[in-house]
Design a protein around this ligand. Sequence first.
Ligand SMILES: *Cc1c(COP(=O)(O)O)cnc(C)c1O
Length: 345
Amino acid sequence: MIDLISDTVTRPTPAMRRVMAEAEVGDEQLGEDPSVNRLQEMVAELTGKEAALFLPSGTMCNLVGIKVHTQPGDRIIIERTAHPVTSEAGGPGLVCGVLTYLVDGVRGVFTAEQVEAAADPGDGVHTPPTTLVCIENTHNRGGGKIWPIETLQAVCATAHRLGLKVHMDGARLLNAVVATGLPAATWCRSVDTVWIDLSKGLGCPVGAVLAGDDETMRLARRYKQMFGGAMRQAGILAAAGIYALQHHVERLAEDHANARLLAEGLAETPGIGLDPAEVETNIVFFDVQNTGMTAAAFTEALLAEGVRMGAVGRYRVRAVTHLDVTRQDIERAIQAVRRVVLGRR
Ligand SMILES: *Cc1c(COP(=O)(O)O)cnc(C)c1O
């Protein structure tokens, strides 16, 4: 099967498994795992932050990232389709006790003016205090959209002028880095906390790393402990992350080229709606309404042809390229889509 459901389906390569098997380990919860410590140093350096913290998942990075900047009852500004809003099971509400002020972005990107309007402090009595802005870069539901750096910097400048912190969900930040050539530290300079996922396009089995200043990361470590995210000989997992940062970053360009190839093939298929120019990284969204099928019917028929994609709305389908799909796989996936669509006509 050609699996385009997500970049989370990647399996650790034989070379990655070897470094995992041979990893130096210690008690991570005591701060004594050398591989975890090394990974944290690497991510702190990569993002240009003072410190970093290895966590079991991206979801926990968002939870801890929101928690360190807020008090229960605060309001956070976040895009309507951002991952913590759509896919984190209500964690920010339950665990952090925050309210969300949802802004509508364009493919996930919103403006400094929207932040300014949303952060209106009101009379200081009735209005919940707004303390945090969350940015997602690249934006998943926005189709792997890269924030224009000027927009990101303007949002951060406005947030900081208003006394708000900024947390960046960088699950796929390295996709933005590779696609633009702008270093990670440039993307991270104006945000207060940021994290990267190791278990998406980087191909690791588990893990994500949150970064920020020393004081914030000390607090983050306390919440990691509280939420049950502290581990023991986690160096086995961190070794995969170190390997991925050394070997799997530049190659994200192949995923982007494959996504573009897929988008162009899909755009030439009758009944399928998408603009290939909107495909900037490794995520491709398209519309199947004019094929006469729902997204669910389309993806089911496609699965029978040996290709898995995700139905993410009545007529919307998502395909994600990654380490475990080749250019030939993409060519075969396009042919499979044509068989499904044309077979229906
Ligand atoms: C996958 C994802 C997450 C959550 O990461 P997990 O490691 O799956 O918990 C958060 N934000 C975005 C944008 C994601 O794509």
